[in-house]
Design a protein around this ligand. Structure first.
Ligand SMILES: Nc1ncnc2c1ncn2[C@@H]1O[C@H](COP(=O)(O)OP(=O)(O)O)[C@@H](O)[C@H]1O
Ligand SMILES: [Mg+2]
Length: 346
């Protein structure tokens, strides 16, 4: 029979105590000159042994339970009621496993917090950097106007217009930040509407027609979509996705280039929308980070084109909150294709 550790402890202790008490009893007998029959001594021994075994075992169990309970309480990893009073004395292994799991959990938690903290710091740095550029531009024009340029009517209009562009830039950076904040706090309250994606794309084309013309880029479909294609989602947000992607295709396109939008079946329940351009394309090494906030391949070009660096981060957020996916394929110098899936209405 295998004794559990505490039983063994109690057994040995009780045995030792019983021997000791018998020894004392024997000594007393000798001292008082009494001779007890052996069977009495044996009875005494057995009774003493059993009682002390019970007491010791019980006390040890109580003691360990209290200690273990305190440990459980301290690390608050489990409800104390989880700890089975009977199994606890032999359950040190489980406890140490639990404590280890707890420590590992804490370590991971600290690690994520550290990463998040670094991210937060970087984010703040990025925001102030993004805001500084247009602010300094505006300040520059205002100072020049104050220093006398305001007297010249032509210069005045020119500088005011430029300052206004700076203000517009500030406004849409703030708008994008606002959107990101909403998306990240989960306060988006997405609607689930039935939308005709074909007409939504047409609307976006119309909205961006002037911008496209300015950059000499044609916006088209890959073929005629005569019948509506119905999808489920939040119309306003999805329009934002389309606009962000089409604007990018215009901004990073080449003069005389083309943005082609196509809609195809993706799975039984999904369609995929592809926005393809034949612009500058994206080097492979940038692809994994492209959807990060403020990530840009070429800062100066993007800024000159009026980007906040948040467009794709917003796209990803919106599509993922629709529980859909977004992809990008690109060959440097040949163009890029951004795609996202949507739930089909059957
Ligand atoms: N269609 C595209 N062709 C080439 N590069 C692109 C395209 N779309 C996005 N990019 C690259 O990805 C970066 C991030 O895009 P985005 O998040 O929309 O920020 P922004 O356009 O404000 O710079 C851009 O700076 C650009 O370098
Ligand atoms: Mg953009």
């Amino acid at each position: 029979m295998v004794f559990k550790k505490t039983y063994k402890f109690a057994f040995v202790s009780a045995l030792l105590l019983s021997f000791l008490s018998c020894f004392i009893l024997y000594g007393l007998n000798a001292y008082f000159n009494i001779t007890l029959p052996f069977k009495y001594i044996l009875f005494f021994f057995t009774a003493f042994f059993l009682t002390s075994l019970l007491i010791i075992q019980n006390r040890v169990q109580q003691f360990i339970y209290k200690k273990v309970q305190k440990i459980y309480d301290d690390v608050s990893l489990l409800d104390v009621s989880d700890v089975d009073k009977k199994s606890i004395t032999s359950d040190m292994d489980t406890l140490s496993k639990k404590v280890n799991e707890f420590a590992e959990g804490k370590r991971l938690e600290i690690e994520t917090l550290k990463v998040r903290e670094a991210y937060r710091r970087e984010f703040l740095g990025n925001i102030s950097h993004e805001l500084k550029t247009p602010l300094f531009t505006i300040q520059g024009y205002i100072l020049t106007l104050l220093e006398g340029a305001a007297k010249d009517k032509e210069l005045r209009t020119k500088y005011l217009k430029r300052a206004d562009i700076g203000v517009e830039r500030l406004i849409y950076i703030i708008k994008d930040l606002d959107m990101i904040a909403k998306l990240e706090s989960g306060n988006l309250n997405l609607k689930s509407e039935v939308i005709d994606i074909v007409s939504l794309i047409k609307d976006s084309f119309e909205l961006l027609e002037i911008k496209a013309k300015k950059n000499n880029i044609t916006l088209t479909f890959d073929k005629n979509y005569d019948i509506p294609i119905l999808v489920k989602g939040d119309k306003e947000r999805l329009e934002q996705v389309l606009i962000n992607l089409i604007i990018n295709s215009i901004k990073y396109g080449i003069s005389g280039g083309m943005t082609t939008v196509s809609i195809a079946l993706f799975s039984d329940s999904q369609v995929v929308i592809n926005i393809q351009d034949n612009g500058e394309g994206i080097n492979e090494i940038h692809i994994p980070r492209l959807f990060e906030r403020f990530y840009r391949v070429e800062r100066s070009r993007s800024r000159e084109q009026g980007g906040s660096g948040l467009g794709l981060a917003i796209v990803k957020h919106i599509i993922e909150s629709h529980k859909q996916q977004v992809f990008v394929k690109s060959t440097l110098g040949k163009g890029a294709t951004f795609s996202f899936t949507l739930e089909k209405v059957i």
